[in-house]
Design a protein around this ligand. Structure first.
Ligand code: AMP
Ligand code: MG
Length: 335
């Protein structure tokens, strides 16, 4: 059911959940400071209680009441908020442990979408809002995806059109001795290093490194776990079209997904069904369309999906590959 912005505010104030657009993906929002409401989010998503939620705020002055900031974290907010970056900081008492999955750290973000921002502004309190999909499934980037993913259980949704970024926020943990990316996103390691003038680590390299509380980054941030973002149809990743076309794995019952319209033409000439992630192959366009194409591919109910991605894991393509390798049952791509 589509609802108005005013209706969404009324429902949120009553402790209900609503789906809202952000610039990254649609979020399943509820009052972050109400433990009961937060529990409903976990229930509807079927999300393990060990997977903490991101708390959304209007700006730094609201965030300051919720977490302990130092100079570096203040700078990150000043430079990148509102925007597609979440920071993990030591939490203050106001944040219920239900939100953080029992951790003493909290993930905070100021989203940059006019509808979400107006709602936060008028509510005058933070919203917990994980992606509005059943746990481990593909994230929604349009209001229509939410109805498709949840069926009868779909939450009331404010339609804000298609998400501009299309991939979840970068998650930057600032509780380590060095800033560490737990989940790559549109704001890249390079963007952060240039803006902050400091070395930034990438999660996979520190996954085994223990933090002060004795947990690994993987324990703390289940978004890094191996199965996530998956379509229902088994997804196979390939680095090369030629290899795929010669592979014994491939059948006419399968669907091939490629990066550009030109590549799609080549595949279609060989009589295979094919979808393209973009027209031009630009990384922004691929990221923006990724989930939409995976959801569309799933609806075709093919035997398997084969996605060919030949770009190296740099910049925004790192984030795309991060999601793809977690969504795939098998990958022939090294990152
Ligand atoms: P989602 O809300 O579905 O975009 O996922 C949020 C992701 O943020 C989680 O899966 C975690 O990986 C990460 N996250 C949230 N809170 C924390 C936290 N306190 N510490 C580390 N990672 C977190
Ligand atoms: Mg999610």
């Amino acid at each position: 059911m589509l609802i108005s912005l005013d209706d969404a505010i009324a429902r949120l104030n009553q402790g209900e959940l609503v789906a809202l657009p952000t610039e990254t993906v649609y979020g399943l929002a509820g009052l972050a400071l109400q433990a009961n409401t937060v529990r409903k989010i976990f229930e509807l998503k079927g999300r393990p209680s060990t997977n903490p939620l991101i708390v959304h705020v209007t700006d730094f002055s609201e965030a300051e009441n919720l977490a302990e900031f130092n100079d570096l974290s203040k700078r990150v907010c000043k430079i990148f908020w509102p925007g597609p970056i979440t920071i993990v900081l030591p939490k203050k008492d106001l944040i219920p442990l239900e939100v953080t999955a029992g951790n003493q750290t909290v993930a905070l973000r100021a989203p940059n979408h006019p509808i979400f921002r107006e709602i936060l502004h008028r509510l005058k309190q933070p919203l917990a809002a994980p992606s509005a999909n059943p746990s481990n499934r593909t994230s929604p980037t349009t209001a229509g995806h939410i109805a498709e993913l949840f069926g009868d259980m779909a939450p009331p949704t404010v339609d804000g059109g298609a998400c501009i970024v299309g991939l979840e926020s970068t998650v930057l943990d600032l509780t380590y001795d060095k800033p560490t990316i737990l989940r790559p996103g549109m704001i890249t390691r390079n963007d952060l290093q240039l803006a902050l003038g400091e070395e930034v680590l990438l999660g996979p390299h520190v996954i085994q490194r223990m933090n002060k509380a004795g947990q690994t980054a993987g324990d703390q941030s289940p978004g890094m776990s191996d199965c996530h973002y998956a379509p229902k149809t088994p997804l196979f990743l390939h680095a090369d079209t030629k290899e795929l076309l010669e592979s014994a794995q491939l059948s006419r019952k399968d669907l091939i997904i490629v990066c550009t319209a030109e590549e799609r033409n080549v595949i279609e000439q060989k009589d295979f069904s094919c979808l393209a992630l973009s027209i031009s192959g630009s990384e922004g366009e691929i990221a923006r369309n990724l989930y939409s194409v995976l959801i569309q591919a799933d609806k075709k109910k093919r035997r398997r999906l084969h996605l060919v991605f030949s770009h190296s894991p740099k910049g925004l393509n790192r984030a795309v590959l991060d999601r793809l390798t977690k969504a795939a049952v098998q990958s022939n791509i090294q990152i």
